[in-house]
Design a protein around this ligand. Structure first.
Ligand code: ATP
Ligand code: MG
Length: 509
């Protein structure tokens, strides 16, 4: 048997005396696409950070082409032919495409003789052509979409002759089209012999892309093998440790109450047009649409983050001429934005402090305004348990920065839930959250509605909307194109409505 391109044996890793990897072993061949899956906090990113030189190896061994490899920095990894495409891209907005491509890997462009510069330019252009970036390499990165930026990172990996490319949840901010382009490109990279490790919570993508799958649970490899021999149920059972009989909880029947949110003919030029809809108490209303359809923009206007030119917004019976976030929060609106990082977790503060902070006033008792700490603490812990932030960590002692990516997102969600809002606006609420925890989040959404809150839920996962919503509004090009009631949900027809284009008045190709 020939030696695989990558052999990882018995990787162990502890943070502050707590072991999070308990001996991870895996192999990867040339041209293999391996899916790496597991619940939030199972050790996927940690394993890849060891491989990518972000973390130092403690115990265990990594062989590349049979040669021991022990990176001290990301630079070492790069020299060994390992490229790591992080979820947060490592690019500089104020530099050009070309400058970004040469950063780190090559000496400064300006200091080089003309010939070398021309040669490097040619190579960069070739790499950009391979990922089909049509822009002039001198274009500032700031002008590129998220998807294009990711392609630039891949081009940089190609330029550096990467043999192994790691993708850590790469599709979370890509449009449909960009995602397809990425998948096509992964196919081409594979065909040229590059090996790929692909981390994702979207199992459909894992099955579409990967030859083999490795499943982590609590820092152990608990199973895997050729993708063709595994089903989604197998993966879920391996990840969660039990089978999930249901993806969505049964919705609690509720008789909808009065409208909590009542929007009439809301317009903002170039953003949204003539938006009219209501969310009633006890209802879960979904907004479907393609990336760029104006869904998040609409939510931002409702919350007062962006202005609107005409139309009316009524919240809990009162007309709000110019919404302002602080005031909307006080009135009982909660808004989980799609940009979880921008929401600013206090990284050094504990989980508990992060969840409690915006609610402290709610737990102050009249007349002296003293905060009932015990009650606050109980409530925080209960919410923390509900979203299953961590089975092993003490919420009162653990700083937010030590949580895995998905668990940090749950802290943000818990923060809002603690306020028991009248209207919960959720933009991509389960993005980055593992299958087991998704079910918990859905249960929380159902509970919120059952207890009389209205829920407005934006999601790119149509299944999730169809599983949870009473009604789905479909947006395209800033307009609500169609509304579907639960009884008449139809995935194909919803997609069709989402693809409407104003140019032709027809479905876009
Ligand atoms: N810098 C750190 N300090 C302390 N603990 C950490 C640190 N980084 C990660 N951990 C812990 O290591 C464990 C594995 O985390 P890791 O980020 O590898 O999970 P993951 O599988 O990538 O999860 P997700 O799907 O949420 O991204 C978690 O329990 C996490 O809290
Ligand atoms: Mg991770």
């Amino acid at each position: 048997m020939t030696e695989p391109l990558l052999r990882i044996t018995d990787l162990q890793k502890s943070f502050f005396g707590v072991k999070v990897l308990h001996g991870v072993s895996l192999t990867l061949d040339r041209g293999e696409v391996m899916g790496l899956v597991g619940e939030n906090g199972s050790g996927k990113s940690t394993t890849m950070n060891l491989l990518g030189g972000v973390l130092r190896l403690e115990t265990g061994e990594i062989l590349i082409d049979g040669v021991p490899y022990n990176p001290r920095s990301p630079r070492d990894a790069q020299e060994a032919g390992i490229a790591f495409i992080h979820q947060e891209l490592n690019l500089f907005e104020n530099l050009s495409i070309e400058e970004n491509m040469f950063i780190g890997g090559f000496p400064r462009l300006t200091g080089l003789p003309f010939i070398a510069r021309a040669g490097m330019r040619r190579r960069a252009a070739a790499a950009l052509a391979r990922v089909r970036i049509g822009h002039d390499p001198a274009t500032p990165l700031a002008r590129l979409s998220q998807g294009e930026r990711q392609l630039v990172e891949i081009a940089r990996a190609l330029l550096q002759d990467a043999r192994i490319i790691i993708f850590d949840e790469p599709t979370t901010s890509l449009t449909h089209r960009e995602t397809s382009r990425l998948f096509e490109l992964i196919g081409e990279l594979k065909a040229s012999g590059i090996a790929i490790i692909y981390i994702s919570h979207v199992l459909a993508d894992i099955f579409r892309l990967c030859d083999t799958i490795t499943v982590l649970r609590d820092g152990h490899v608990v199973g895997g093998g050729p993708a063709s021999e595994l089903t989604a149920e197998d993966l879920i059972r391996l990840m969660v440790g039990r089978s999930l009989s249901q993806i969505f909880p049964d919705r609690t029947p509720v008789e909808p109450g009065p409208a909590i949110l009542d929007v009439e003919r809301l317009s903002q030029p170039g953003i949204v047009r003539d938006i009219t809809f209501q969310v009633r108490a006890g209802e879960v209303v979904g907004i479907s649409g393609l990336m760029g359809a104006g869904r998040s923009e609409l939510a931002r206007i409702l919350f007062g983050l962006d202005p609107f030119a005409s139309g009316t917004i009524r919240f809990a019976g009162e007309t709000i001429p110019a919404p302002e976030p602080r005031d909307m929060i006080r009135r009982g609106m909660a808004f989980l934005t799609e940009d979880r990082r921008g929401e600013g977790l206090m990284m050094e503060a504990t989980i508990e402090e992060n969840i409690a902070l915006p609610s402290v006033d709610d737990f102050a008792s009249a007349p002296f305004g003293r905060v009932d700490r015990a009650r606050l603490r109980r409530a925080v812990r209960q919410i923390g348990d509900e979203v299953r932030i961590s089975r092993t960590k003490d919420v009162g002692e653990t700083p937010a920065q030590t949580l895995s990516g998905g668990n940090q997102q749950k802290v943000v969600l818990a923060k809002w839930l603690l306020r028991r809002p009248k209207l919960l606006v959720l933009d991509e609420p389960t993005r980055g959250i593992d299958v087991g925890a998704k079910f918990e989040v859905y249960k929380i959404i159902d509970q919120a509605a059952a207890s009389g809150a209205g829920v407005l839920m934006i999601s790119s996962e149509l299944e999730e909307l169809m599983g949870m919503c009473d009604r789905i509004l479909v947006m395209a090009h800033g307009e609500i194109r169609q509304e579907f009631a639960r009884a008449s949900f139809n995935g194909e027809r919803i997609l069709e409505a989402a693809m409407w284009s104003p140019k032709t008045g027809e479905v876009a190709a």
